[in-house]
Design a protein around this ligand. Structure first.
Ligand SMILES: [Zn+2]
Length: 204
C-alpha cells in the first residue's frame, strides 16, 4: 500500500478553508499509555461554519487550522460508494456564509474526523527530528517534533483505515492510495496527496 499526506490544494482553483462558528468542544483523544492529550478538543454540535473559496470555486474538502475536515456531499457519497474507512463524525454542518458569496450558494458539507488507529511511522525509514527525549514510546510525548523530512509508514502496523493520524507525528493526516484512486475516479478537488516519503514539515 502506498501512503500520502493529505493536504489542502494551496493555490489551486478550488482551495477552500473553513472556520467553525461559536464552536462547542469536548475533550479530544488521550494517549492510552501516558494519558497526554493527543488531539485538540473535538468540535461537537451545533456545527456551524463559514467557508472561504480562495480560488474560483469551493472544493470537495475544506481545511481549518486543525485536523478536522469538511467534505462535500459529493465526497461523502463517493467515500461511501467505494466503502473507504477512517473518517467519522460525518454530520452535516450548517454553512452560515460563503466567501465570496458567488462561490456556491447551496453548499452542503459534512464534518469528517480521522483517528489514530494503530498505524505507526517507521523511525528507521523516516527523518523526524525531535527536541528533547520522549518519555512515552507510544505517542513520543515529552519531545517536540521540530522537523520532518520524509517518513515511511510501518506497514505491518497499519490498521486498515484509509485516512488516519499516524503515531509518531500527530500533526498530519495520512491517506492510502485508495483515496488517490477515489480522487481520480470522482474528480475530487482541493485534495493534495503528497507521498509520505516526500513530505516535509518544519515547526513554524
Ligand atoms: Zn503517550
Amino acid at each position: 500500500m502506498r501512503f500520502f499526506v493529505l493536504q489542502i490544494g494551496v493555490g489551486s482553483s478550488h482551495e477552500t478553508a473553513f472556520v467553525p462558528l461559536e464552536p462547542s468542544f469536548k475533550e479530544g483523544l488521550t494517549c492510552p499509555a501516558c494519558g497526554r492529550a493527543l488531539t485538540e478538543k473535538e468540535w461537537i454540535p451545533p456545527l456551524r461554519a463559514e467557508l472561504w473559496a480562495r480560488g474560483e470555486a469551493l472544493g470537495d474538502v475544506a481545511f481549518a487550522s486543525g485536523l478536522d475536515l469538511l467534505i462535500s456531499e459529493r465526497f461523502l457519497e463517493a467515500w461511501r460508494a467505494e466503502k473507504l474507512s477512517g473518517l467519522h463524525g460525518l454530520k452535516e454542518v450548517e454553512i452560515r456564509k460563503v466567501h465570496p458569496e458567488s462561490a456556491a450558494p447551496h453548499a452542503r458539507y459534512h464534518l469528517a474526523m480521522a483517528g489514530y488507529g494503530m498505524t505507526q511511522i517507521d523511525p528507521k525509514r523516516s527523518r523526524v527530528v525531535r527536541e528533547g527525549e520522549p518519555d512515552c514510546l507510544q505517542c513520543m510525548g515529552g519531545a517536540e517534533v521540530m522537523l520532518v523530512e520524509g517518513m515511511t509508514i510501518d506497514e505491518p502496523t497499519w490498521s486498515g483505515e484509509d485516512v488516519f493520524v499516524p503515531w509518531g507525528f500527530g500533526a498530519c493526516l495520512v491517506a492510502t492510495e485508495r483515496v488517490l484512486a477515489l480522487q481520480d475516479k470522482y474528480g475530487l478537488t482541493n485534495v493534495t496527496l503528497v507521498p509520505t516519503e516526500a513530505f516535509a514539515w518544519k515547526r513554524p
